[in-house]
Write a protein that binds this ligand. Structure first.
Ligand SMILES: Cc1ncc(C[n+]2csc(CCOP(=O)(O)OP(=O)(O)O)c2C)c(N)n1
Ligand SMILES: [Mg+2]
Length: 300
């Protein structure tokens, strides 16, 4: 996808995250919105995954370590054509497989259950090790973490292990939105502080504006071409990005969508074609251009 399409897809993921949360009257919309551009670029241009064959051994593995941002994950499934819009808005309803936190028992595309913070990266390290030593099919592991989540000690045990094992098939993406559940994180938007810590464990680090889709695209490319060490992409983002009333504001973590959510009526979701696990290189999207003619009304 090109720049405009990526930006529109990111915005669509935001809109759908808000819509799912609004339908449920709960969930974590602001946590989803900060990471929407990061996931849009990954899904459209870099993740090698066949949604029709989730068991395919060559599929990349994606772990949403900040599992509370499940609306974003489900919005991405919709964008990929794996679920329909009607199912998206069953989020958190009794009987729906779109639970508040993603579970592999119910959804074939979920690698591991997340929601308990600090678990996703350790699991991702294990998968990456298996990828190198056992499976050897060439898949990559992508793990999306929250910044407050990095306060969990298990994250740093995993980081040490990944660096020691030279896991260059592993990329961690940190959504540095400077806020946790109750307020600002220790390091705020100080990406360099996080970089120094990962570098101490022999990681390659990339600092990036997490809402600049071209910069994100380049960062993923750099991660792919880095050998001998795992890569972490430290992305400066804003929690609640895209809706001025909630953007970068404290006290809104896990709050049901606000009044403006009603403005976010769905437009048709673009469907990026993810690359076949057997094909090399990034995908060229042939789907209809995302809805530039009718942009979501909650757009900036
Ligand atoms: C082990 C653990 N402790 C506490 C929580 C409760 N909790 C859910 S989300 C959250 C804050 C997460 O903040 P961050 O990682 O920065 O993600 P963001 O929502 O900002 O994207 C907390 C403390 C949890 N899910 N797991
Ligand atoms: Mg945060």
């Amino acid at each position: 996808m090109n720049t405009d399409e990526l930006a529109a897809l990111g915005q669509q993921l935001r809109v759908d995250s808000v819509r799912a949360s609004a339908a449920a009257g709960s969930g974590h919309p602001t946590s989803s919105m900060s990471a929407a551009d990061l996931l849009a670029v990954l899904l459209a241009n870099h993740l090698r995954y066949d949604f029709e064959r989730p068991e395919h051994p060559v599929n990349d593995r994606f772990v949403l370590s900040k599992g509370h941002a499940s609306p974003l994950l489900y919005a991405a499934y919709k964008a990929a054509g794996a679920i329909e819009d009607g199912e998206l808005v069953t989020f958190r309803k009794i009987g729906s497989r779109l639970e508040g936190h993603p579970t592999p028992r119910r959804l074939p595309w979920v690698e591991t259950a997340t929601g308990s913070l600090g678990q996703g990266l350790p699991v991702g390290v294990g998968i990456a090790l298996a990828g190198k030593r056992l499976d050897r099919t060439g898949y990559r592991v992508w793990v999306l973490c929250g910044d407050s989540e990095l306060a969990e000690g298990s994250v740093w045990e995993a980081a040490e292990h990944a660096g020691y094992e030279n896991l260059d098939n592993l990329t961690a993406i940190v959504d540095v939105n400077r806020l946790g559940q109750r307020g600002p994180t220790r390091h705020g938007h100080d990406l360099a502080a996080y970089a120094r810590r990962f570098q101490a464990f022999d990681w390659h680090t990339i600092e990036v504006d997490g809402h600049d889709v071209d910069a994100i695209d380049r960062a993923y490319g750099e991660a792919l071409s880095t050998t001998g060490q795992p890569t972490v992409i430290l992305a400066r983002t804003l929690k609640g990005r895209g809706v001025a009333a909630v953007e970068d504001r404290e006290g809104l973590h896990g709050k049901p969508p606000w009044r403006t959510a009603r403005a976010c009526t769905a437009s048709r979701c673009p469907r990026p074609r993810t690359p076949s696990p057997n094909s090399a290189g990034p995908v060229t999207c042939t789907s209809a251009s995302p809805s530039r003619r009718s942009p979501p009304r909650c757009a900036r």
